[in-house]
Design a protein around this ligand. Structure first.
Ligand code: 5GP
Ligand code: ZN
Length: 116
């Protein structure tokens, strides 16, 4: 799939509407359209990479900044104290459906372990 056809590229450019809870120059954080927890946020980089497997050394800062943005969103949505989960599905066995790197921030209930 080309970047022009990519759903999350379009959402990041706000060509497709989404409920944005946080935005900076590198990423947007939106409410998941089909939440699996009371809080289910997607953190989506504005630049396209199909999966974590396509990230490289030059993405080191971006990947760290995504985690710090997730903490900021967790605090904003009042789940930081009780706890939450931040995860990235990668590839078919990892459960990745949308081939544009994104992280799920899940909270608002007890999350089971192991997942899946
Ligand atoms: P994945 O399985 O790729 O890790 O997760 C993709 C996530 O994107 C799913 O949780 C799915 O509900 C969410 N999603 C898919 N399409 C849309 C959309 O158009 N808008 C929003 N807000 N979320 C979407
Ligand atoms: Zn994309």
């Amino acid at each position: 799939m080309s970047e022009g056809d990519c759903l999350f590229c379009k959402i990041a450019k706000q060509e497709i509407p989404a409920q944005v809870v946080y935005e900076d120059d590198q990423l947007v954080a939106i409410k998941d359209i089909d939440p699996v927890a009371p809080v289910h946020i997607l953190l989506i980089p504005k630049s396209h990479r199909a999966s974590l497997n396509d990230c490289s050394e030059e993405d080191r800062k971006l990947l760290g900044d995504i985690q710090l943005a997730a903490v900021a969103v967790a605090k904003k949505l009042n789940i930081a104290e009780e706890g939450y989960r931040l995860l990235c599905n990668c590839g078919p066995a990892g459960g990745q459906a949308v081939m544009h790197v994104h992280y799920h921030l899940l909270g608002g209930r007890d999350l089971g372990w192991p997942p899946g």
